[in-house]
Design a protein around this ligand. Structure first.
Ligand SMILES: *[C@@H]1O[C@H](CO)[C@@H](O)[C@H](O)[C@H]1NC(C)=O
Ligand SMILES: *[C@@H]1O[C@H](CO)[C@@H](O)[C@H](O)[C@H]1NC(C)=O
Ligand SMILES: *[C@@H]1O[C@H](CO)[C@@H](O)[C@H](O)[C@H]1NC(C)=O
Ligand SMILES: *[C@@H]1O[C@H](CO)[C@@H](O)[C@H](O)[C@H]1NC(C)=O
Length: 455
């Protein structure tokens, strides 16, 4: 009887505490929001580069090394106020694949921003396997100022088609942004990347003993994860059916136009405690999660992976890029909605249970011009940045219309920071768990009082 009463009181109090804990989260969202609407930071009809001189540009145009409408902004990362952008060589005539966005020094009244090749023009030479060939994804370790750059290595077959030509092997190159120097390079062996179709897409980093040790990279066309261990200087892979194409979601309805997107694992994200990796296919609607402890074992044991990987539920639409913040929220591209969504993962994990509810997902920003939200990034000041690039039209035979604005960089205030932002990581978690443990202590005091009174 007494035990029963105690249990009832306990259940009641605990439920209450959990409820108010959940309520706090709602309040937090409510006081942070409504979110400012997203603002355009840069826009281009065609991407413009910063040329050393006019004659070099002329020469590039004449021999087809610069075809203006064939450059589409994809990757974006921000470090100390500098915005880095990738232009993967999906078509011919892309003069530079890795860049930093700068103002036009020759025309201060111009609103057009330019792409300045990073680290140099020399490092963009097509067909020179030492140089960068096709960069889509990169990640910046804020602690060291090192940029980890993934180069798929192949070059375009003709003006409209991508085909692995096997001219240069895929590689990972690390630059020290403070010094503008290359500090590390790893060429992937054929056994890891480069037999058959492949396309190295997104990259996130995993810390071990306080520093970046692992790079996790999605291979969109070979439907697998590539893992690079910086310490041991080795790479290995793991594949799963859920990294491939879900036939039910192989077409997307973008603004009423239905298109086939038979591509696999694309956006990946890492939790700030480095325990979980999240991923999703373009041709898929589910978000998947796997423990990094499984991925950090070399080789990855297939059975362990299959046992551990779980579906977190459905996204609002198929998507491309994703990013994970220190607040335990996932931000993702929703292609069918011309939008960016926020998924409050911690709301789904109350009591250690997974409670997938659409309540935990909300639309952050949407606009008809957000045609193909590609890559997301944090700027360290509470903003989420993202690129949109009209990809379906771009990839088509005729490409984009040069009279329209096709390529955009947007930003929106979200009061969140990158999973790699150690400065913002500790305090956020600390305060919420402090409140929780305070509530527990209050509970036990209350219980003691009740029990004492009862007897
Ligand atoms: C233009 O710049 C390129 C690359 O730096 C250089 O090789 C070339 O000599 C320059 N041409 C002129 C006319 O200054
Ligand atoms: C500078 O930019 C302004 C505004 O875009 C433009 O009207 C002008 O023609 C540009 N000047 C030169 C020299 O390109
Ligand atoms: C890492 O491995 C690659 C390929 O096996 C090799 O070429 C390179 O020299 C190694 N780098 C270091 C720092 O050991
Ligand atoms: C695509 O979406 C539009 C609304 O944006 C809808 O009217 C149309 O029926 C959809 N088409 C298909 C084939 O689902």
């Amino acid at each position: 009887m007494c035990a029963f009463i105690v249990r009832v009181i306990l259940v009641c109090l605990v439920t209450n505490s959990v409820k108010s804990h959940g309520h706090d989260l709602h309040n937090q969202v409510a006081t942070e929001g409504p979110y400012e609407s997203a603002a355009i930071v840069y826009k281009w009809k065609t991407m413009e580069y910063e040329w050393p001189n006019a004659s070099m540009k002329e020469q590039y145009v004449q021999n087809g090394k610069y075809i203006p409408k064939n450059s589409a902004i994809n990757g974006i990362k921000i470090y100390k106020g500098k915005v880095y952008a990738t232009i993967p060589r999906l078509k011919s005539g892309v003069p530079s694949t890795l860049n930093v966005i700068v103002e036009d020094a020759n025309n201060i009244t111009s609103e057009t921003h330019l792409l300045r090749p990073f680290p140099s023009w020399d490092m963009q030479k097509l067909g020179d396997c030492h140089a960068l060939q096709l960069v889509q994804g990169m990640e910046i370790d804020i602690e060291t100022g090192w940029m980890w750059v993934v180069d798929t290595g192949f070059v375009p077959h003709d003006s409209t088609m991508v085909r692995p030509l096997d001219a240069c092997a895929a590689k990972l190159v690390i630059f020290d942004l403070e010094r503008g120097l290359e500090v590390h390079r790893y060429v992937f062996p054929k056994t890891t990347v480069g037999s058959g179709l492949f396309y190295l897409n997104d990259i996130v980093l995993g810390y071990s003993s306080g520093s970046a040790r692992y790079a996790f990279i999605s291979d969109t066309l070979d439907y697998k994860l590539v893992i690079y261990d910086y310490l041991l200087n080795i790479s290995y892979t793991i594949g799963h059916q859920n990294m491939g194409v879900d036939p039910d979601f192989a077409s997307i309805n973008i603004s009423g136009q239905v298109l086939q997107v038979p591509t696999g694992i694309n956006g990946i994200a890492m939790s700030p405690d480095f325990k979980y990796l999240y991923y999703s296919s373009v041709a898929g609607i589910n978000l998947y999660r796997v423990s990094t402890s499984i991925l950090m074992q070399h080789p990855v044991i297939r059975e362990d992976f299959f046992d551990d990987v779980k579906s977190m539920g459905r996204k609002a639409s198929q998507g491309d890029g994703m990013a994970y913040g220190v607040s335990d929220c996932l931000y993702y591209s929703a292609l069918g909605k011309n939008a960016v969504y926020k998924w409050d993962i911690k709301m789904d994990q109350k009591d250690g249970k997974m409670d997938m509810s659409q309540d935990s997902q909300m639309q952050l920003a949407s606009d008809p011009r957000m045609d193909w939200v590609d890559t997301l990034a944090f700027d360290g000041e509470g903003y989420l940045w993202f690129t949109t690039n009209n990809m379906i039209k771009f990839i088509g035979d005729h490409g984009v219309e040069e009279d329209d604005y096709n390529f955009f960089v947007w930003k929106i205030y979200i009061n969140d920071y990158s999973y790699l932002d150690r400065k913002h990581y500790g305090p956020t978690l600390g305060s919420s768990s402090l409140i929780f443990s305070f509530k527990l202590r209050l509970l036990s005091v209350l219980l003691q009082v009740i029990l004492a009174f009862h007897w």
